[in-house]
Design a binder for this molecule. Structure first.
Ligand code: AHR
Length: 327
């Protein structure tokens, strides 16, 4: 519309001006056409320690981009102090919501109190924290790690008829998945007196360390007693498989191997007969995470804990499932 056709007379122009000024004072009316402010989210990731983590990061970044969210992403390189620094920096930047996947369970209370004082809500993704005040975070989204440990224990008990001498490759010491998976697994072992963990050491959730620890297990004087490996994630199991092959063993046959995550490389190893079972832990949290974050930013209520649905896969389904595997 041309200006001449809109302002038909000086009186009309005055009326129009008055109406514009008036509407500008009525909340909600003036800003209807104003550009929507981008949601700013600070996300502190654990690191890039495993195939699972890479898939999780990808899911979060892709979903943020799809929704036009200004994502401030920080990689903690598996160090809690880096995560605390990142959260402090998000607070200083005045982001709308902070989300993070804690490297370990403890030590975050002070920085979470700082976020609370600044009025910035916190959403936990994948891993939980231990805090004395539950109001320090709004919601946890992730897996039931205790149940994953139980599923691994049950599968192994079925496979071995309740008889196994187990070498355990533990995740990052002090992390929620390492603590909880061990707990769930041992709950099942308590019902099977002939299933015993004879070796247990951390491989920090990485392939390289999983291999290193397995090499040391295989050099020990009682190495021949090991009949099964329980690895807290696929990457450590894949490292252990390499160590076994280099020692002249047939992984998956000489030693039964079960791990957790269900990444593509684990499916490949199962299809090749080298890994026996992988309990699923879903890393594709992006869509659910940003649903939660958008609700939180809009002041809407969200549940305190949201647990993802997961399955158990073994060699019998590996080859058929592999082509459909998203991560
Ligand atoms: O917290 C999830 C765990 O962390 C995954 O099982 C593992 O692969 C990752 O490093």
């Amino acid at each position: 519309m041309k200006a001449s056709s809109f302002c038909r007379s000086p009186g009309h122009a005055l009326l129009t001006l008055a109406a514009t000024l008036l509407l500008g004072q009525i909340p909600g009316l003036a800003d209807q056409n104003a550009p929507k402010k981008k949601l700013v989210v600070g996300f502190s990731q654990v690191g890039a320690e495993s195939g699972w983590r890479t898939a999780n990061t990808e899911s979060i970044k892709t979903e943020a981009a799809k929704r036009g969210i200004d994502l401030r992403f920080s990689d903690a390189q598996q160090k809690e102090e880096n995560q605390i620094k990142a959260i402090r920096s998000f607070i200083a930047q005045g982001v709308d919501v902070i989300s993070f996947s804690p490297v370990v369970e403890t030590g975050f209370e002070p920085v979470l109190q700082e976020a609370k004082r600044a009025g910035i809500p916190v959403v936990l993704s994948d891993r939980a924290v231990k805090v004395s005040d539950p109001s320090l975070y709004v919601c946890f989204l992730g897996s039931d790690f205790i149940e994953e440990g139980r599923r691994a224990g049950k599968w192994l008990a079925d496979k071995t008829g309740g008889k196994a001498r187990i070498a355990e490759l533990v995740g990052t010491v002090g992390s929620a998945p390492a603590i909880d998976r061990k707990k769930g697994f041992e709950e099942v072992l308590a019902q099977h007196p002939d299933m015993k963990i004879i070796k247990s050491q951390s491989g920090d959730f990485t392939r390289a360390k999983g291999k290193e620890v397995m090499e040391a297990f295989l050099k020990a004087p009682d190495a021949k007693e090991i009949t099964a490996v329980f690895a807290h994630n696929d990457d450590m199991a894949l490292g252990a498989i390499q160590a076994m092959e280099e020692a002249g063993l047939h992984p998956g046959k000489d030693i039964i191997i079960i791990s957790i995550d269900g990444v593509r490389d684990a499916f490949k190893a199962m299809a090749e007969g080298k890994l026996n079972c992988s309990v699923e832990c879903n890393p594709l949290l992006g869509p659910q995470l940003f649903d939660i974050i958008e609700k939180v930013a809009a002041g809407q209520p969200v549940p305190k804990r949201i647990v993802t649905e997961e399955g158990v896969y073994d060699q019998s389904v590996a080859a058929a499932t592999l082509p459909k595997r998203q991560y």
